[in-house]
Design a protein around this ligand. Structure first.
Ligand code: ZN
Length: 375
């Protein structure tokens, strides 16, 4: 069986471009992963997600273990078959979402017990159970089970949490076992504290993983603090393995993270915003519900080749949003995912060409112009 591997092809400053190879297909990096929480990227057919240029999706262990359950998905042939997405899938460990969504959580050395936010049923997640669930789902890239405190938190709390996550990382590695063609990623923790990030990175490298995530960021610390942390945190991770920044982000967050050596990211923003009438464009965010679009026959972005921009006017997008028609979320989600993938493709090309600084200047200049003037 083809192995999981990472081929780093070019570097420009700290930014990198390459290809992650898996038996289910290649992932071009820097890569943006749309989020398919409940075995669907909301409002999108899987073939439409692929058409935007996505090489990989993210699935959520917490949601899928509760409904329809990992065991049922396994019986039905695994998550790829179940949701009709045959490219790579990365699953999170469930740890972060238990902490943010579940009721009556109880954290011990062994793991977390909690009540489902759906029906109140009681469940347990441990490193071993998280590895079992992600295996039942058939995930190509499996994440270690970890815990992360909301920021700000005091140093003792951050250190205790990080060290617990490192013990869980070792248990995750043991439970994952040897699965050719599948990858296990470790997750660096340590808040914004340089010494804890260093300690965490060393612990993970000692255990040994196929890739390394920077966890515990994008939890309310703000962009400046996040970039400040990435300035040192990314360099602590092995150069020859993919680096994944979890839960990021807005387009300018993504560009800044890539500039600091990140290879993979995921975020619900393009799909969630699509359903609330927000479109991401080269000129910044456009609120389609704004009355100024009501008579505007122009597309959202004249240079975008997505179906929403190729075939529909701002006036139509405004109308279907105001009328709460389903096509509104469908078209804006498609546009947003297309925009995010174009952004990644642009960065990959610029890094390969050694022109990433100029590309970044152009990115920021276009955004500074703002949206087109009203007619
Ligand atoms: Zn578009």
């Amino acid at each position: 069986m083809e192995k999981f591997s990472f081929d780093l092809q070019a570097r420009d400053g700290s930014a990198r471009t390459g290809v992650i190879s898996t038996p289910r297909g290649d992932i071009r990096t820097p890569a943006f992963m749309p989020v398919g929480t409940a075995a669907t990227v909301k409002a999108m057919m899987p073939e439409s997600v692929a058409a935007t240029g996505a090489d990989i999706l993210l699935g959520n262990t917490y949601h899928l273990m509760l409904r329809p359950t990992a065991e049922r998905i396994d019986r039905l042939g695994g998550l790829h078959k179940f949701m009709n997405w045959h490219k790579p899938i990365l699953t999170d460990s469930g740890g972060f979402q238990v902490m943010s969504l579940a009721d009556l959580r109880k954290l011990t050395e062994k793991g977390v017990t909690f009540k489902s936010h759906i029906d109140g049923s009681k469940h347990e997640l441990t490193p071993e159970r998280s590895m079992e669930i992600q295996k039942l789902l058939g995930s190509d890239i499996v994440m270690c089970f970890d815990e992360c405190p909301a920021l700000p938190a005091d140093r003792d709390r951050i250190a205790d949490s990080m060290r617990l996550s490192m013990r869980w990382a070792a248990r995750s590695r043991d439970a994952f076992g040897d699965r050719p063609g599948h990858a296990l990623f470790g997750i660096q923790q340590g808040g914004l504290e340089k010494d804890f990030r260093e300690e965490s990175a060393k612990a993970l490298v000692d255990i040994g993983f196929d890739g390394y995530a920077v966890g515990g960021l994008a939890v309310g610390e703000g962009q400046e603090a996040m970039f400040g942390c990435l300035d040192f945190a990314t360099d602590m991770l092995p150069v020859d393995r993919p680096r994944y920044l979890m839960g990021v982000g807005k387009p300018d967050d993504i560009v800044g993270a890539v500039a600091r050596g990140i290879d993979m990211m995921d975020c619900v923003l393009p799909s969630r915003s699509g359903r609330t009438g927000q479109a991401f464009t080269r000129h910044g965010v456009v609120n389609i519900k704004n009355a100024r679009h009501a008579d505007d026959p122009r597309p959202l972005d004249e240079d975008c080749t997505c179906p929403a921009c190729s075939n529909y006017s701002r006036a139509y997008l405004h109308h279907v949003f105001r009328s709460q028609e389903m096509i509104s979320g469908m078209l804006l989600t498609w546009h947003n995912l297309h925009y995010f993938q174009e952004l990644m493709a642009g960065m990959r090309g610029a890094i390969a060409a050694g022109t990433f600084d100029a590309w970044q200047a152009g990115f920021h200049a276009q955004r500074a112009q703002g949206d087109i003037e009203p007619l």
